[in-house]
Design a protein around this ligand. Structure first.
Ligand code: DOR
Ligand code: ZN
Ligand code: ZN
Length: 421
């Protein structure tokens, strides 16, 4: 395949070049490539070519919650969103806490054959926080990391052991940071919007306490740790300070934390209910700053599809989560690039290069010899979010009607077109 006339989003900046991909690899990048062998061509005039986007935090719900999403619908949504690789959390039913479920997800991802799907194994059996899962055998079955996402591991000794084991197997713990006792049934951020709505608040400290604990464990063990979906200004500060002190920490945030504030809960739309909760202006600004200064390494969606029945109930009873994989790239272009917070190369770093580095995945950059995973988009074109058009089964977004820049035109995996607008 030859991709012509596109603006390549490279590590060092944007350059107009042609790409030749053969057998799933980028073999040549040059001013103008001659088509001597009758290769398929894409004319990318006016379009930008990003290294294939990688989302290391999604929920695909299979096995067990296929009413919300399955591996196929999730993969369709992913390629429409521009993602060439995704890593899925283990809070399925049964939980992906053993090599059989991990192997099944991996196999099913291959059968679907759209984007690459990497399973994440659970830290504890059944995500119950009582007993460690078989970390080594999951890793051998293809788990790229471990996480009890959805909950924090309450027992600190168990978490310490998990980090030590993971380090031994060369994988990382991805930590959902939440002190359940302090949350105590809260559903939104603790603050003015909680007071106005009468909804119970979740203090920042519920997140920060566990972030601080995981950082202390990682430092003590000299083990790597990855902090999931950072939402608080104080969490950003803890991670920044830990990095400065040499702790092996990486961290992610999500579009809903860098683009809006908890004012959006005031209409009681249960699609705004997400864990951790959307917080206040000071948090949003600190997250933008954290993305800018490198404290926050990557952008993930925490794509959490739910069935309408899980959301069409009163706010306190609704499920936590936003279906975000089809809007994430648009949020990054609109709220990070168009506002001057990040350059296109930095967006590619947060959504492709760093995610690949954090979990040791191939890809993440456009260069000769690298895998031909590419996302081609028009960053000037806009679209209006309409969840009725989502490929995901989860229509749960609070962003319907938002006008975003950044339309994905092609998603290319191993040199094959897996999505075309
Ligand atoms: O909002 C969330 N939804 N946060 C989580 O941690 C879990 C996720 C889910 O599985 O729905
Ligand atoms: Zn989580
Ligand atoms: Zn999650």
């Amino acid at each position: 395949m030859i991709i012509r006339n596109g603006w390549l989003v490279l590590r060092g900046g944007v350059e107009k070049k042609d790409i030749l991909a053969v057998d799933g690899k980028i073999v040549k990048i040059a001013e103008s490539i001659e088509n001597t062998t009758g290769e398929e061509e894409i004319n990318a005039e006016g379009l930008h070519i990003f290294p294939g986007l990688i989302d290391i935090h999604v929920h695909l719900r299979e096995p067990g919650f296929e009413r919300k999403e399955n591996i196929e619908s999730g993969a369709r949504a992913a390629v429409k969103g521009g993602f060439t690789q995704i890593c899925c959390m283990p809070n399925t039913n049964p939980v992906a806490d053993n090599k059989i479920v991990v192997g099944y997800i991996r196999q099913r991802g291959k059968e679907v054959g759209l984007c690459k799907i990497h399973p994440i194994g659970a830290i504890t059996k059944g995500e119950k926080g009582e007993e460690l899962a078989a970390i080594g055998s999951m890793q051998k079955a293809g788990a790229v990391a471990i996480s009890d996402d959805g909950v924090a591991v309450k027992n600190t000794r168990l978490m310490y052991n998990a980090m030590q084991y993971a380090k031994g197997f060369g994988i990382k713990c991805l930590c959902h940071c939440e002190d359940k006792d302090l949350v105590d049934g809260g559903v939104v951020n603790e603050g003015l919007s909680a007071t106005i709505t009468g909804l119970k608040g979740i203090p920042r400290a519920a997140e920060d306490i566990i972030i601080a604990r995981e950082l202390a464990l990682a430092e003590s063990l000299d083990a790597p740790v990855h902090i999931c979906h950072v939402s608080t200004y104080s969490g950003v500060r803890l991670i920044r300070d830990a990095k400065a002190a040499g702790v092996q920490v990486t961290a992610e945030t999500c579009p809903h934390y860098f683009s809006v504030t908890d004012e959006i809960i005031r209409g009681y739309d249960t699609n705004t209910k997400v864990n951790p909760p959307i917080r206040e202006e000071a948090d949003k600004l600190a997250i933008l700053e954290g993305l800018k200064d490198g404290t926050l390494d990557c952008i993930v969606t925490d794509h959490a599809p739910h069935h309408e029945d899980d959301k069409n109930v009163e706010y306190n009873l609704a499920a936590f989560g936003i279906s975000g994989i089809e809007t994430s790239f648009g949020f990054a272009i609109t709220y990070l690039y168009k506002t001057g917070v990040l350059s296109l190369s930095q967006i590619a770093e947060k959504m492709s290069y760093n995610p690949a580095q954090i979990l040791g995945l191939e890809g993440g950059e456009i260069a000769e010899g690298k895998v031909a995973d590419l996302t081609i988009a028009n960053i000037e074109e806009s679209f209006v979010v309409d969840s009725s058009k989502f490929e995901s089964k989860g229509k749960n977004t609070p962003f319907n009607g938002y006008k975003l820049n950044g339309v994905v035109k092609y998603t290319i995996v191993d040199g094959d077109i897996k999505y075309k607008a």
